[in-house]
Design a protein around this ligand. Structure first.
Ligand code: GDP
Ligand code: MG
Length: 438
């Protein structure tokens, strides 16, 4: 899909006259590519009409700006398709926020529950997990394992068969213990069945969730529309988590789910590990759907990501580069999609050019896992404490399931960056000189 749209946009760039005919040709190409990628036909026709109306080519002055206007309008309208148009829920501290998950079996509910719990726990919330899946044998064990690994308190039962009862008991228990967030995992079925929807209604009435999240598998294509509509009727969810975005799926079907239910996607799942959860950004999603081919596109792409670079830049100005800075840079790289291109910008050039994209991605992820196994103090350090106490390296290797050598490589990478920061930062450094010039 990306290649076709890019080619179409580039064709537009090559032709000197950008007239109505050229615009129609571009839109035709974009639309058939979107259809191929499982976007619903009604949405595609609406997109085409909206872009045509907004561009209003007959009343545009000719010249280079026309191309820019067309590209920007197209991009904006595509983003508009997935922005859901409602504010997503934000949990408040000092009150028990109940978050209930719904979705078909295998969609990724149990996995995403733990990921979300970890996400909030890292942000200082006291989080508990409740397993209300009494349908599938082994469901409680799975949640228990996930929760134990992530050190999150959990509740469930091996003997109780009524999911409504377990859900209520678990939520009541955590409420009494003043938990900030209580995540309720529910069961699924292989198909959309009345029995499942009835169960969701009953659990919903029992636990009165502040937020219901539907988990949607990105690989299901066109089925996403009917599925999300059916769940919307029974559980009126307020947000979507789109899983399995790490594979080949571009999630075109999810666009239909968003449009059919007017509900925003809040996170995407990008792997099986507990940290493989990213905040959803329409711009990033569309960029991924389109594939970003040229550097100009990439630069704009990076700007749209709104990455959290402030702390790191401030550190570099001071001549410092901590392990946390390295971790942030690495996870930014992961967010940016087409890795080999971005990796070279992030100073991983040599690695990226020698290795296939998947391998680079695997290594960057490995480095992130290693840093996730460090303590807060270690992350905020310059790494010297690892030299002073090498047992720390052994502990981190064990915690992240890697080797001492791999941990040492991360520390080495951070040292390289720290030396660079030392040269650039500080009072007489390059950064301050550049600032003085400006
Ligand atoms: P549930 O039946 O809805 O609770 O689904 P599970 O959470 O048990 O997930 C079903 C399968 O999908 C498991 O093998 C998960 O590891 C896998 N899975 C879930 N989310 C993701 C994801 O974002 N990426 C990948 N690759 N696999 C995922
Ligand atoms: Mg499950």
């Amino acid at each position: 899909l990306g290649r076709r749209i890019n080619a179409a946009v580039q064709d537009l760039g090559k032709s000197n006259v950008v007239d109505e005919q050229a615009l129609d040709a571009l839109l035709k190409e974009v639309c058939s590519a979107l259809l191929e990628s499982d976007v619903n036909i009604k949405l595609v026709s609406k997109l085409r009409d909206d872009v045509k109306k907004k561009v209003d080519i007959k009343n545009q002055p000719s010249g280079a700006n026309r191309k820019k206007i067309i590209q920007k309008t197209l991009f904006d309208e595509l983003c508009h398709l997935v922005d859901g148009q409602t504010e997503p829920f934000k949990p408040k501290k000092g009150k028990s926020n109940v978050i209930m998950f719904v979705g078909l079996q295998g969609a990724g509910k149990t996995t995403s529950c733990t990921k979300l719990a970890v996400y909030y726990q890292r942000r200082g919330f006291k989080v508990g997990l409740v397993c209300a899946d009494t349908f599938r044998a082994g469901a409680f064990d799975q949640l228990k394992q996930n929760a134990t690994k992530a050190k999150i308190p959990f509740y469930g039962s091996y003997t109780e068969t009524d999911p409504v009862k377990v859900a209520k008991e678990g939520v009541d228990k955590f409420k009494k213990e003043k938990f900030d967030i209580i995540v309720v995992d529910t069961s699924g079925r292989h198909q959309q069945e009345q029995e499942l929807f009835a169960e969701m209604v009953q659990i919903g009435e029992a636990v009165e969730p502040n937020q219901t999240i539907m988990v949607l598998d990105a690989t299901i294509g066109q089925a996403a529309e009917a599925q999300s509509k059916a769940f919307k009727e029974s559980s009126n969810f307020g947000a979507i988590i789109l899983t399995k975005m790490d594979g080949h799926a571009k999630g075109g079907g999810a666009i239909s789910a968003v449009a059919a239910t007017n509900t925003p996607i809040v996170f995407i799942g990008t792997g099986e590990h507990i940290h493989d959860l990213e905040s959803f950004s329409p711009k990033q999603f569309i960029s991924r759907l389109l594939g970003i081919a040229d550097l100009q596109g990439l630069m704009e792409h990076v700007q749209t990501l709104n990455l959290d670079q402030k702390d790191t830049l401030k550190h570099i100005e001071q001549g410092v580069f901590t392990l946390r800075d390295l971790r942030d840079q690495m996870s930014n790289v992961m967010k940016m999609g087409p890795l080999s291109k971005v990796a070279s910008m992030a100073g991983l050039g040599a690695m990226a050019s020698q290795l296939p994209e998947e391998e680079t991605s695997r290594r960057v992820k490995g480095m992130i896992y290693i840093m996730d196994s460090m303590t807060e103090k270690e992350l905020d350090s310059d790494g010297v404490m690892f030299k002073e106490q090498p047992t720390r390296i052994v502990r981190v290797a064990r915690g992240s399931g890697t080797s001492v050598r791999e941990v040492e490589e991360v520390l080495l990478q951070q040292q390289v960056m720290a030396n660079l920061a030392k040269k650039m930062g500080g009072k007489g450094g390059m950064m301050s000189q550049m600032k003085n010039l400006a």
